[in-house]
Design a protein. Structure first.
Length: 212
């Protein structure tokens, strides 16, 4: 449908105001809210994610596209709820205790939302207990931990241990990411996945949620 292609196209350009107007227009024309979400907003954000992964665009472009997506999604939310459309799954994300860096975390959050996942953002300096408590209370299928400092990386291991101690390790996947991390470190601490960039993180989290 032409209007959905337009929504996707303008979203990729980060034209938030036009995206907002087109979403409203599509609703007025009787296009189902779920189609607008999937074929307009999420389609556009997926293309942005792929381009970002291939270094064709960079962080600023992703941020303006995500802003456009959020503005369109706000108009859709009440209609999606009324239609009984649920997110693919719920993820909690945060930068680990002792680390206050949040650019990487925020990018991953946007990409996760761009995949149609519901995200609980815990911010920075998050303790292992908070990650686990949130996962239990909010029924999250995935915990995403971010770190930029080598000194805070071991906290990710504590998150895995805290999940084990709480008895939820078999129900929740733990993902780790951040500049100093490696696949080997992920295996050492017993986490489920390490991804090198925000777009891959969103793909992996979606995969985990679909499995559940």
């Amino acid at each position: 449908m032409e209007i959905l292609k337009e929504i996707s196209g303008y979203l990729q350009q980060g034209r938030a105001k036009i995206v907002k107007e087109l979403v409203q227009q599509a609703l007025d024309q009787g296009v189902p809210a779920e189609d607008i979400l999937r074929e307009g907003l999420l389609d556009g954000m997926n293309i942005v994610g792929e381009k970002f992964k291939n270094n064709e665009i960079f962080v600023p472009e992703v941020l303006v596209a995500a802003r456009a997506m959020n503005m369109g999604a706000q108009i859709l939310k009440p209609h999606l709820a009324a239609a009984g459309v649920e997110a693919h799954g719920k993820v909690c994300i945060g930068t680990v205790k002792g680390d206050l860096h949040d650019i990487g975390k925020n990018l991953v959050k946007m990409m996760l939302e761009g995949k149609g996942l519901e995200v609980v953002d815990l911010g920075t300096d998050v303790s292992p207990e908070t990650f686990v408590q949130t996962a239990i209370e909010q029924n999250c299928r995935v915990i995403c931990c971010s770190a930029l400092l080598t000194t805070t990386m071991p906290v990710m291991g504590d998150v895995v241990k805290a999940a084990e101690a709480a008895g939820i390790r078999d129900k929740v996947k733990i993902m780790v990411g951040g500049a100093p991390l490696t696949e080997e470190f992920c295996r050492q601490i017993g986490a489920d996945a390490y991804t090198p960039d925000a777009a891959s993180a969103a793909d992996k989290a979606l995969e985990f949620c679909m499995e559940a």
